[in-house]
Design a protein around this ligand. Structure first.
Ligand SMILES: [Zn+2]
Length: 255
């Protein structure tokens, strides 16, 4: 805690005054750009690697950047993710949702191990909320990953959802650069796009192109960030060579 207290003291002397001014600006003119779902991993600092500031993004974090499918939404038994979607996209009318996964994700490493029946047994899930969370909400990612595995990691995956326009095809790590768990992390990231599109309260916005869902993937080892290009059907590194092309794609597909 001492590090946190010292940090707060430093913030009081440096950023506090400017931040309060920014809070007032945002209150008078709120224009948040995105709802950003990412993993709770301490290495993921989305406001830093996107250079965003006060008022720019609503951030939702959990183990493995998972958004439960709407089939799990049963009246009073809900998780926070769909509530966050409603707060961001309906009440605040935010038009972009971003799901950001990453390499060396502890939650994805665990999900990979949950392929083992004993590891994911009911008894083991009872004593581990994390295993239970992943078994309930991320098994669809694991199933998709297993389709990829069966094809020798060559065939594309097809992601569908209740909103047919949101169907897309993805080649996962075609250059075979990443570990198996990282390939699973990329599949999981894309599976969340389908899960988000399963919510009825977003359907009209999605079908009328008022709302768009994107995937980013952060490579912890190099600091590179990838954008899932529907046009190229794969994650493309965002860099000096690709950024204009990706911007064009976003304008073309999402305007
Ligand atoms: Zn993670």
């Amino acid at each position: 805690m001492d590090k946190i207290f010292r940090g707060i003291m430093k913030y009081r002397c440096t950023d506090r005054v400017r931040m309060v001014e920014q809070f007032a600006e945002v209150r008078n003119n709120p224009v948040p750009k995105a709802v950003f779902f990412t993993c709770m991993d301490s290495r993921m600092i989305p406001t830093r690697f996107t250079e965003t500031n006060v008022g720019d993004m609503f951030v939702v974090r959990n183990p493995g950047n998972v958004i439960p499918h709407s089939q799990h939404f049963l009246d009073e038994y809900t998780t926070n993710e769909p509530a966050a979607l409603e707060l961001g996209c309906v009440i605040n009318d935010i038009r972009h949702i971003i799901v950001c996964g990453h390499s060396d994700c502890k939650a994805m490493n665990l999900l990979y191990k949950l392929r083992d029946d004993d590891y994911s047994s009911k008894d083991n899930r009872r004593i581990s909320p994390l295993r239970s969370w992943l078994c309930t909400h991320a098994f669809s990612s694991l199933e998709k990953y297993q389709q990829l595995e069966i094809s020798g990691y060559h065939n594309p995956l097809i992601f569908q959802s209740e909103t047919p326009l949101r169907k897309f095809i993805a080649y996962i790590d075609p250059d075979d650069k990443f570990a198996l768990e990282d390939k699973l992390s990329q599949v999981n990231c894309l599976q969340q796009l389908a899960n988000i599109a399963s919510y009825g309260f977003l359907k009209k916005r999605l079908e009328t192109h008022q709302l768009h869902i994107h995937a980013l993937w952060f490579d912890i080892y190099t600091g590179d960030i990838y954008y899932f290009s529907r046009q190229n059907k794969r994650f493309i590194e965002i860099n000096e060579t690709t950024v204009d092309m990706l911007s064009e794609e976003v304008k073309k597909y999402y305007s």
